[in-house]
Design a protein around this ligand. Structure first.
Ligand SMILES: *[C@@H]1O[C@H](CO)[C@@H](O)[C@H](O)[C@H]1NC(C)=O
Ligand SMILES: *[C@@H]1O[C@H](CO)[C@@H](O)[C@H](O)[C@H]1NC(C)=O
Ligand SMILES: *[C@H]1O[C@@H](CO)[C@H](O)[C@@H](O)[C@@H]1NC(C)=O
Length: 581
């Protein structure tokens, strides 16, 4: 173990000083924005405070970021590219910025990798994905904007200029670009975000998101023998009446609930198709079967076609997965935008973060995915503070002290004594967890729950973000209904913030009486994992009092039944290398 660690660390340690030098020279990284220094007086001081700038979530030193692009592992490095505006904190001038990491947690910024410089991407390099070719080199498929007046979209390919460079710093675009263009009858402004390609029966295949008419979202299917000439299949892999499908992602999963991931071309009896719905700005997925001969994907639960399962019931969009060949796992990356205003963002000089990379695999039920922060995150944990076997009585709360909690990782296991006091479930909310949470927020007294955490809370509780469960009687087939909710309505005294209650149901019958919650608290983001990653919610919040060491952490119970904290452990989180910020 000891020597193994040394071997892993040695090349990293050698390269680091060199990379930091390069970083200092990277102009997009060191220039400060003028806007940041001239904050209009209407912007509250707390909004521009460094204490609200996230510490261990992925972000560049400044400016706007959105979708993760082309994540991949190559010669010892994880590579992450992302949509980036080098000129400001609002969307525009989009290039592929580029960062590398040994562990998905410590990141080093390199120069942007893919920039507009050929006719078929002259007006923007939009999202795309990486495919590792059989000889081990990566290929990048991405969307280019090729007309100045309208967002007319085509698909391009780029390759590393020097495959011996483990940092893949330079990319070249072959002359045969673009490789896919809208055909008559296709909506040229709704045609984007190619997936990682997969190989089967002599052909590569990739998907491109699209829209037909006003409502039909599609995953166009393209095939190629040589990765150069791509031909559209007659019918899409799948479609549904949901509006435009952005950032499709399609990958195999182990049917048996194994945690190991599969490479995108590996055969499997179960696949997952995810689409980012432009209309709602949420990422929906289904589990289903890929019929290779018919070139169709059939979701197991047709009724659930993009109405039910979301990777995250909060602020999480345009996500993408990739297969990590080192640890044989599939990793999910997603973008979380700001919930403050554009004026605030300009004053801060930055907007957008990425969620902590999550390992994902199929739940043993086969009905949904499970998600968990990559284990490497735990290297940031400081000294733990623990609480065991504490009963929290109705209407009471328990403060967790002995650590700073504005940048922390909290794992808690709750025990519910019985469901006798649970409120009756109103079937009117059967398909709308978010609405239910809107009506029954953290401060609305319940039966079994609401119980959970108040995070980023001020000592006088003028400010608090509540992450909690609420249990109802009388769901489908007599099963209890468990709601997981994030209620930021009291998160800040700052006006003009977007503070929606986010919620999802948790597929558990609570037969063991136990349910767990993990919350990654990071200054202006709270990323929560319910029941071991069955239901996840990311919220952006901007407290005005509960910042830095003024942030407190509590367990609360606003129901009528006792709740036991069987075990709670909280860690302060260290700051990783974050792109030089
Ligand atoms: C390619 O990259 C390798 C490794 O970084 C380097 O040694 C070599 O000089 C590069 N070749 C060219 C032509 O830049
Ligand atoms: C393409 O889709 C957009 C967005 O729905 C719509 O406004 C536009 O009219 C469509 N264009 C065509 C040619 O159908
Ligand atoms: C993030 O910001 C909020 C508030 O402005 C919007 O309502 C969301 O639609 C937006 N999310 C995305 C993915 O763009």
């Amino acid at each position: 173990m000891g020597t193994h660690r040394l071997l892993v660390l040695a090349p990293w340690a050698l390269l680091l000083p060199l990379l930091l030098l390069q970083l200092a020279g990277a102009s997009h990284v060191v220039h400060r924005s003028l806007e940041a220094e001239q904050a209009p007086s209407s912007v509250p001081a707390s909004i521009v405070s460094p204490l609200l700038r996230t510490g261990y979530h992925f972000q560049p030193p400044m400016n706007w970021i959105n979708d993760p692009n082309g994540p991949l592992y190559y010669k010892g490095w994880y590579h992450l590219f992302y949509q980036y505006n080098p000129k400001g904190a609002v969307w525009g001038n989009i290039v592929w910025a580029h960062s590398v990491s040994r562990d998905l947690i410590n990141w080093i910024a390199l120069e942007p990798a893919i920039k507009p410089d050929i006719p078929s991407d002259e007006h923007g390099c939009w999202s795309g994905s990486a495919t590792i070719l059989p000889d081990g080199t990566p290929a990048m498929l991405y969307t280019g904007i090729d007309r100045p007046d309208i967002n007319y979209q085509v698909q391009n390919i780029a390759f590393p200029k020097n495959a011996s460079d483990p940092l893949l710093r330079e990319w070249v675009k072959p002359g045969y670009n673009p490789v896919a263009s809208p055909e008559p009858g296709m909506n040229a402004t709704q045609f984007r975000d190619p997936t990682t390609a997969w190989f089967a029966d002599g052909h590569w295949r990739m998907l491109v998101g699209g829209l037909r008419g006003a409502r039909r979202g599609l995953a166009y299917l393209y095939r190629s023998r040589d990765f150069k000439t791509w031909v559209r299949a007659k019918h899409p892999l799948h479609s549904a009446l949901t509006g435009m499908w952005e950032c499709p992602d399609f990958f195999p999963v182990h049917a048996a609930g194994l945690q190991a991931g599969l490479d995108t071309s590996e055969p499997s009896t179960k696949h997952v198709l995810k689409n980012s719905l432009d209309l709602t700005r949420y990422d929906y997925y289904t589990v289903g079967t890929y019929d290779k001969a018919a070139e169709r994907y059939v979701p197991d639960d047709p009724a659930g076609d993009y109405h039910r399962l979301r990777y995250d019931y909060g602020n999480f969009y345009a996500s993408k997965t990739f297969f990590d060949p080192v640890k044989r796992r599939r990793i999910l990356l997603g973008w979380a935008n700001e919930s403050d205003s554009v004026t605030h963002d300009k004053a801060k000089g930055w907007a957008g973060i990425h969620a902590i990379p999550r390992k994902i695999w199929l739940d043993p039920s086969g009905k949904q995915l499970l998600q968990w922060p990559v284990e490497e995150l735990e290297t940031l944990r400081g000294k733990p503070v623990s609480v065991s076997d504490k009963v929290v009585k109705p209407g009471e709360h328990l403060e967790i002290t002995g650590l700073q909690t504005y940048q922390a990782d909290v794992e808690v296991s709750f025990e519910v004594s019985g469901l006798e006091k649970a409120e009756a479930f109103d079937p009117a909310f059967a398909d709308d967890a978010e609405k239910l949470c809107g009506v029954k927020g953290a401060d609305v007294r319940g039966g079994v729950g609401p119980f959970g955490l108040w995070v980023l809370a001020s000592s006088g509780l003028e400010e608090k973000t509540s992450i909690f469960f609420r249990v109802f009687r009388g769901g489908y087939a007599g099963k209890p209904v468990v709601l997981m909710c994030s209620d930021p309505t009291k998160s800040s005294l700052t006006p003009d913030l977007y503070k929606p209650t986010f919620a999802g149901f948790v597929d558990t019958d609570l037969s063991s009486g136990k349910i767990s919650l993990r919350a990654l608290i990071d200054r202006s983001v709270v990323e929560s994992f319910g029941a071991g990653g069955k239901t996840c919610i990311l919220s952006r919040v901007y407290p005005s009092i509960a910042i830095g060491d003024k942030a407190h952490l509590y367990v609360f119970n606003n129901g009528e039944a006792d709740i036991k904290v069987s075990r709670l452990t909280a860690w302060e989180m260290k700051k990783p290398l974050m792109n030089g910020a």
